[in-house]
Design a binder for this molecule. Sequence first.
Ligand SMILES: [Zn+2]
Length: 176
Amino acid sequence: MPQPTAVNPAPDSYVYCPRCATPLVTQPVMDKPRRVCPACRFVHFTDPKVGVGVMVVVDGRILLVRRAMNPEKGKWSIPAGFVDSGEDPKETAVREAAEETGLRVTISGLVDVYFNPPAEPGAPGASIFILYKAEWVDGILRAGDDAAAAAFFGPDELPELAFASTKDAIQRLRLM
Ligand SMILES: [Zn+2]
């Protein structure tokens, strides 16, 4: 049986095959070294993690949530979360807004798509972040899920902000 190679091409790569528990080897697959199972031919593709957020603006003020968890715990960001496998990112955005702020929103447009390389290998966070524009339909503002607080802020009364995408959204708010 082949031995697992000592050097893994990525810090989150597997040592053993998640399908059949055979030690993986590193081989070039589609122009990159990847972890491959010599028994069942499983290939570990390290897929990007996708996050989505909503930019909800009412009377020139933007909806932000205070983060209850790392990364950037205690700072404020736009309501956001990770896309589940098989989930439409727009549904994720609506779901996360409801979970974190109590507000039911509808998606009204795409603001931008961001690429966030991890601060260090394996660091938490999304490598691809989709920011939607959304409108408040109904619901009452209350913090929930992994948000410690939820509130609207004008561009001149901002709290400490998390993430480049939030700062970019604020910059766009100033230009609106
Ligand atoms: Zn296998």
